[in-house]
Ligand binder design. Structure first.
Ligand code: TYD
Ligand code: MG
Length: 455
């Protein structure tokens, strides 16, 4: 047998190094590497090609039980999940502190408990009294949720073993859980991984839907090892600006459904309210047409949403480096769009500060946002308002072409329904819809000409 190799695992990101280093080469955090159990390197005589039991192959169309989904009681939550909670599945819910994860899950647990199934809510962050206080605020204190404040996975699983398995088990949060079979403080990679493993195993064996709350680090990823995301069936993130009312529940990975559906909620005085028709949410009060503002006809999964995009351009007098700030969109994508506008349309943003904001604290993921962002930027640069009551959608390529996007007719129909009079989009493949004046654009310079030369 060959000598076991030492390996060092970063407690922040799970990256592996062959030697100890002060800084993790993967995530650049300091003092996070620690030695992991040695991995035995076997020689070729210890091969795995014999001595095992044969496994059974089955055809894909073999009759089997399709998991039957259970409604959470929150239609927007079910929609983001792809149609409800799947028994025996594990869901990881991430999101910034204070965004409303505990509120959402308490509401879902209450609905399930009220409908006659068992819902267990274990909080490792708050005392039971605190959770009760929140339930009172939400008007849910009469709901028969099984509530506990605990952090020991052994205690939790022992208790669950003494009762009938619940329909729903909420663990808030996985970073506070602790297993006495694993060394290290709660929240370290090995603890998070080990606790999640035990809880998921319990959920799978007992057909329980398990929801794990996960903390989010500064850069927005779920704290702890990436392996957590591989271990669960569904990864969801709860997003929004804390200063704004709206919250979006998005699934980033879903073994049982699509990942492009979102749930929309509004955080109100008495908890999260569902927003069934989000079409107009993200338009600010727009009276007069303002330079730098464009309405984007976006799609979120199968639903159209109209979102206002705002751009502000400030010319700098001195030679200072201009700032570029983006809220709600990918800053790399904006840099690309600015470069295309400079290279293909002859515009000059080099001595100007560029600010881009998506109204309502919304985060854009639809690639069709390019054209609306370009329209807002050009309108701000030329200080010319865009046509009133117009919506924009289309993807922009590096060559400056305006490329076709999916669902152009749904985007237009929704815009017409909400009182918009005209739409600008990719010329190719877009069929104009009734009730809307559609203008097809093929190249970015067409857009620039329209905005800057037409009066
Ligand atoms: P919480 O669910 O505790 O967030 P998380 O678990 O993601 O950290 O939500 C906390 C915030 O939500 C808090 O700042 C207050 C606000 N809130 C309301 O506005 N209305 C309510 O009814 C509740 C319960 C919370
Ligand atoms: Mg919480």
């Amino acid at each position: 047998m060959v000598k076991p190799k030492r390996r060092y695992v970063c407690q922040a990101c799970g990256g592996v190094s062959n030697r100890w280093q002060g800084q993790c080469p993967d995530c650049s955090e300091w003092n996070t590497l620690s030695e992991d159990a040695p991995q035995t390197v076997f020689s070729s005589k210890h091969d795995l090609s014999s001595g095992g039991r044969p496994i059974l192959f089955t055809p894909l169309d073999a009759p089997g039980e399709l998991p039957k989904r259970r409604a959470s009681g929150l239609a927007e939550f079910d929609r983001a999940l792809g149609g409800g909670l799947v028994p025996g599945s594990a869901i990881l819910l991430g999101g910034d502190p204070g965004i409303g994860k505990s509120t959402l899950l308490l509401q879902a647990a209450a609905h399930i408990a009220n409908s006659g199934s068992t819902a267990v809510y274990v909080s490792g962050e708050e005392a039971a009294g605190q959770v009760r206080l929140r339930a009172e605020r939400l008007g849910l204190s009469k709901s028969p949720i099984q509530l506990a404040s605990a952090t020991s996975v052994r205690d939790i699983l022992t208790t669950l073993g003494m009762m009938d398995p619940p329909s729903l088990l909420v663990i808030d949060s996985i970073q506070t859980m602790h297993s006495d079979t694993i060394e290290g403080a709660p929240g370290t990679v090995s603890q998070v991984r080990g606790c999640a493993f035990e809880l998921i195993r319990y959920a799978k064996e007992n057909d329980v839907t398990l929801i794990l709350v996960g903390h989010v680090t500064k850069d927005g990823s779920i704290a702890g090892p990436r392996v957590l995301e591989h271990m669960v069936d569904v990864v969801m993130s709860f997003e929004g600006e804390r200063s704004h009312q709206y919250r979006i529940l998005r699934s980033l990975k879903n073994r049982f459904g699509p990942v492009d559906e979102i749930g929309v909620f509004a955080m109100e005085g008495a908890g999260l309210a569902e927003v069934g028709n989000p079409s107009m949410l993200f338009l600010s009060g727009r009276e007069d047409a303002m330079a730098g503002s464009a309405v984007f006809a976006a799609m979120e999964g199968t639903r159209p949403v109209l979102i206002e995009i705002q751009a502000l351009i400030v010319r700098l007098q001195s030679g200072a480096t201009p700032r570029r700030a983006v809220v709600g969109w990918d800053s790399g994508r904006m840099a690309m769009l600015l470069a295309v506008l400079e290279a293909r349309c002859g515009l000059n943003f080099s001595s100007a500060e560029v600010y881009l904001n998506v109204a309502g604290g919304y985060r854009l993921a639809d690639p069709a946002a390019d054209l609306a962002v370009a329209a807002a930027l050009v309108s701000a640069l030329g200080d010319r308002p865009l046509p009133k009551n117009a919506v924009w959608f289309g993807e922009v390529s590096l060559a400056g072409e305006i490329r076709p996007v999916a669902h152009s007719s749904i985007r237009q129909r929704e815009s017409a329904k909400l009182g918009f009079g005209s739409a600008f989009g990719p010329v190719a493949t877009t069929k104009p819809e009734k009730g809307l004046d559609f203008t097809g654009l093929s190249m970015l310079p067409n857009l620039v000409d329209r905005i800057l030369t037409d009066a």
